[in-house]
Design a protein around this ligand. Structure first.
Ligand code: SF4
Length: 1016
């Protein structure tokens, strides 16, 4: 248990008891500790039941941390196993939908999809629709439509709400109407697939309470106090959902900091925190209490002085942060370099010196505003022998070993992708140059006219390599390198057939001998390569699609999307704990801290960043018209175009200053802010960069030490380290880079160069063909409708049916509202913790309880302790929460997730963790039967089992194992049992079968036989 001695500010909050309170918690002021204290105080001094405290926070990681902190705080105060209920905001809405969705026509088996899969579904809709106004050749169009869909959800709207309203007859609305039509079809597709997206969770949950007002009281009766963490990050729809349930004087404690609202660009409304006193009321009907935490327990006062000034730029009335330890030493340093390379080297050298002085690398971080600035720092760290851990996907792709793996994956999936192929050939393994592949390109050009132009697959560079023996003019070394590549490529392609995503990654690393090469690298570079490749492997393993196995194509698309925009990376980064410098974006650094923090590229328009476009609904169709918003955030936006742009720019600037405040307050003892004149890889920008207002603020602060401010050097020709060898180029005398520069500065230059080389007419012909193809893209087809197929049953459903067919009927066939099951919540939490233990990540689907487990009797925290002490915790499971869909019975599909699969050669053990004590209920075995069938029938990417065990691991009250040897006869019997169950479901046999399970049945109040059985 943590020692908790409240500060005067905290003591004052604790004295308020269970009432509505807004707590403004500045950065580093111990927000989570304060929340834990408040909860502990409510339990011990105000006799609030732990189970009747609802905690809601923003991300899975924050929810897990809050639950852990509260658990450790109340240990010893309450009986072991008692705990508060913690959800994410989306998770809470999902819980409501899961329970009462039937009231708004949503099946309680509905699955929640992540933004990646929502994009996939939308892409299919988008691909098959006719557009008159939207430019579908622009790859951003899909994201713009998705953005509009998210914004509709943030404001509890559906596409139809806007389609019916009056609007100006202009281009913006022409585009918006096509976007809305696309979103309407997307909604139909979601319904057909039985899925909802994040935005639907809040919209549908709110609709439930609006159409059934009595239900809000039912939810309120379950709790005595609600604690809303990170409240500044909620969107208007989430706020309405919460006020609909808890708005009338129910004790609501909201904790947050409007000056750390950095997610406005994705829907957060700082107005929620600001107007909390209007949205929620105190018990007596008056305004809630208002308190602040200003005592910072993290940083030195020097750093806080600078951070306070940054914060005042966003909020002139902000309260100043004061350190809790005035003796703590700290420093703020600025450095302005000649160019990005010198800047990155300067940071790397400082880190090296600090490490020599005893600061671990793991206590240092570089925080970036943009993904594009990672590469030069990754490179500088490598050259200076400093290991780095890149903690967000966009930046991860700038690590050379990860980039090479991505290129291999791309070529496996899309053999025609010559860019990825060239990256492999030009990389450190083959070291070829343009002159080496020029003969291949010429061969492709010569061969193309021979092949029918209408043929779907044009000739590729890869085909040229396959025909290398017929191509002349290739250096001997290059020829043998290309032959080696081809052999390797064929091997990987053949062996990767049928493999899972992560296994394909491992195969590539194995066959390309990447691990051996990495072992030969110097220490720091070796650790960097290893850490970041493992990070990508973890990503590939955790990444799972809506249906079936993760497809390589979708994964590559996901990586591309993450490179452009870290849209899904909302959780703060999860670090490995290795002694490596963390490289991460500021947004992902929220909630983390280090002794030393460097913030590079603090140049004008980079940080604070200039918005690519302001969210102007009059100009851009993807933004909601002001009158459709729930909040009043843009209510005072001017009509005049110029004034409106100024207004939106000012709003963007405020958010950027908040982001800078978050960045500066991550440092405990040393904050370094740097910039340079020249950026751009390899071509520098035309004009030198200037220090940004943020850099100027820090540099001019009296507390800052200026380590240097170089004079502006002449514009460098190229901004990159001298290449190992000049790359020859047969077309452009000044190399490929020179050719590119020429093409960008003079649009006629390529045509002239083609004429000089005697290829003018062919060049013109190819340009015409390309232009023609662009116009053909508009050809469209109707969306193919998949046959309606509802013949799917979950494993939980089968177990329920085996217990009592009527219960199954009311929960799955004609669903009735279901009561919340505390045991299901406890089971879900246990599984989440086991999963955390196994792979350190929690999937968003955590709240889909029936996918996790059959609800069990509560076991409390002891369940996890029993797991931790068991043989299962010692080994890493080959598969965790492995989803499957099994064909069984008469065309039925059985879907479920196996908690863990342990693979030892050809011996497999499928394990189902139970949060309760051993059960004698014979219907339980259906669960293991399904898992064993899945292990036998489905390719999970591991060699199929020759020996299979299926185990129930009961964790309530100490581990008890119940293992079955699933040999051929056992499996056959399992198959027959499940077929019998499915046949009964198909025959619509839904009779009441009372038993012990009636005690926990949600439908007891409707069920005469159940009541009678219990009465006896
Ligand atoms: S109360 Fe018992 S008999 Fe009735 S539906 Fe529920 S489990 Fe079946």
């Amino acid at each position: 248990m943590r020692s908790l001695i409240p500060s005067p500010e905290q003591a004052e909050i604790l004295s308020l008891g269970p009432d509505s309170i807004r707590i403004r918690a500045g950065a580093g002021t111990g927000k989570t500790t304060t929340v834990a204290m408040v909860i502990s105080n409510l339990i011990t001094n105000h006799y609030v039941d732990p189970e009747r405290i609802l905690g809601i926070t923003f991300t899975n990681k924050a929810a897990s941390e809050l639950a852990d902190r509260v658990r450790s705080t109340i240990t010893g105060i309450v009986d072991e196993g008692r705990q508060i209920e913690v959800h994410t905001y989306h998770g809470f809405a999902a819980q409501v939908l899961f329970e009462f969705g039937a009231l708004v026509g949503v099946d309680n088996r509905v699955k929640v999809i992540t933004p990646t899969f929502s994009r996939q579904i939308l892409a299919e809709t988008f691909d098959h629709t006719t557009y008159q106004h939207l430019d579908i050749t622009n790859r951003m169009t899909l994201d713009r439509i998705r953005g509009l869909g998210d914004r509709l959800g943030d404001h509890l709207l559906e596409p139809g709400d806007l389609l019916g309203q009056e609007h100006p007859d202009d281009e913006t609305w022409d585009n918006r109407n096509e976007m809305l039509q696309t979103l309407l079809r997307y909604s139909e597709d979601k319904r057909r697939l039985g899925v909802v997206d994040y935005a639907d969770l809040v919209t549908l949950s709110t609709r439930i309470f609006r159409t059934h007002p009595g239900l809000a009281g039912e939810i309120r009766d379950r709790y005595q106090v609600v604690v809303l963490d990170e409240y500044q990050d909620t969107n208007p729809g989430q706020r309405v959902l919460l006020t609909t349930i808890f708005g009338e004087g129910f004790p609501v404690i909201a904790v947050g900091d409007e000056d750390q609202t950095i997610y406005e660009w994705r829907g957060a409304s700082s107005e929620n925190f600001e107007l909390f006193p209007l949205h929620f009321r105190a018990a007596g009907g008056g305004p809630p209490q208002d308190r602040s935490l200003t005592l910072n327990r993290r940083s030195s006062q020097t750093i806080l002085d600078v951070a306070n000034e940054i914060r005042r730029k966003a909020n002139p009335a902000a309260e100043l942060l004061l350190t809790s330890d005035p003796e703590k030493e700290g420093q703020v340093i600025t450095y302005w370099a000649g160019d990005a390379l010198a800047e990155a080297d300067w940071i790397a050298r400082r880190f090296e010196e600090l490490h020599d002085d005893g600061v671990p690398f793991s206590e240092m971080a570089v925080l970036f505003r943009k993904n594009k600035d990672f590469a030069v720092v990754v490179d500088a760290m490598a050259r200076n022998g400093i290991p780095v851990e890149v903690a967000n996907v966009g930046g991860l792709l700038s690590v050379p070993e990860v980039a090479e793996l991505r290129s291999w994956l791309t070529v496996i999936e899309r053999p025609e992708n010559s860019a990825a192929l060239v990256e492999i050939l030009f990389g450190s393994r083959y070291r070829l140059g343009l002159a080496d592949i020029a003969p291949l390109s010429l061969w492709v050009s010569a061969a193309e006219p021979v092949r029918d132009r209408e043929e779907e697959n044009p000739i590729t560079l890869l085909e040229a390599i396959e025909d290398i023996d017929r191509i002349t003019g290739i250096r001997d070394d290059a020829r043998s390198a290309l032959r080696h590549f081809l052999g390797l490529y064929r091997t990987v392609l053949t062996e990767s057939q049928g493999m899972s995503l992560v296994e394909t990654c491992r195969l590539i690393l194995d066959r390309t001998r990447a691990w051996q090469d990495i072992e030969a690298l110097p220490g720091a570079t070796r650790l960097t390569a290893r850490l970041n490749l493992h990070r990508l492997l973890d990503l590939a393993e955790d990444w799972s699609p809506l249906i079936g196995r993760p497809s390589l194509e979708a994964f590559l698309e996901y990586l591309g999307a993450m490179e452009d925009e870290p849209a899904e990376e909302l959780d703060s980064a999860h670090l490995s704990g290795e002694d490596a410098v963390t490289l991460v974006t500021v947004h992902r650094a929220k909630g983390l801290e280090w002794d030393v923090v460097a913030i590079p590229a603090v140049t004008d328009q980079n940080f604070p960043s200039r918005a690519r476009q302001h969210p102007d609904p009059d100009r851009f169709a993807e933004y909601l018209p002001v009158q459709n918003r729930i909040d009043t955030a843009l209510a005072d936006m001017p009509d005049d175009e110029a004034a409106r742009q100024e207004y939106l720019k000012a709003r963007n600037d405020i958010q950027e200053w908040r982001t800078a405040y978050v960045a500066a307050t991550r440092a405990r003892s040393l904050l370094m802010v740097t910039g340079a004149y020249w950026y751009g890889l390899p071509e520098p920008t035309i004009k030198a960069k200037k220090p940004s207002p943020l850099f100027e603020l820090v540099e001019s602060h009296p507390a800052t030490h200026i380590a240097g401010h170089e004079v502006e050097p002449a514009r460098p020709a190229l901004l990159r380290r001298a290449p190992d060898a000049a790359t020859p180029d047969p077309v452009f005398e000044q190399g490929w880079d020179g050719g590119l520069r020429l093409a960008m500065s003079d649009h006629e230059a390529m045509s002239r160069r083609a004429s000089e080389l005697g290829a003018g007419s062919e060049f013109d012909q190819r340009v015409d063909e390309l232009v023609g193809r662009l116009f053909e893209l508009a050809a469209t087809e109707q969306i193919p409708q998949a046959p309606q197929d509802q013949r799917t049953v979950s494993v939980t459903g089968l177990v329920t049916y085996a217990q009592c067919p009527k219960r199954f009927y009311w929960s799955a066939v004609d669903p009735l509202p279901r009561g919340r099951s505390p045991s299901a919540v406890a089971g879900t939490e246990l599984h989440r913790r086991i999963e955390l233990h196994q792979r350190g990540q929690v999937p968003f689907e955590q709240f889909s309880e029936d996918l996790y487990d059959v609800p069990d009797e509560a076991a409390g925290d002891g369940g996890f302790n029993a797991f931790r002490d068991s043989r299962f915790a010692e080994r890493r499971a080959a598969l965790v929460e492995a989803p499957f869909e099994l064909l069984a019975g008469d065309g039925y599909r059985v879907r479920g997730r196996i908690d863990a699969v342990y693979v030892d050669g050809r011996h497999w053990e499928v394990v189902d963790f139970k949060s309760g004590r051993p059960s004698t209920d014979p219907s339980r075995i259906v669960q293991l039967q399904s898992y064993a069938m899945a292990a036998t029938d489905i390719d999970f990417g591991h060699p199929a089992p020759e020996e299979l065990d299926a185990t129930f691991a009961y964790l309530g009250g100490g581990l008890v194992e119940d293992t079955y040897r699933a040999d051929a006869a056992w499996i056959e019997e399992a198959r027959s049992d499940i077929t019998t169950l499915i046949k009964s479901i198909d025959d619509k046999v839904f009779i009441e079968t009372p038993g012990d399970w009636c005690h926990t049945c949600d439908f007891l109040r409707f069920c005469g036989p159940g009541k009678a059985w219990l009465a006896e």
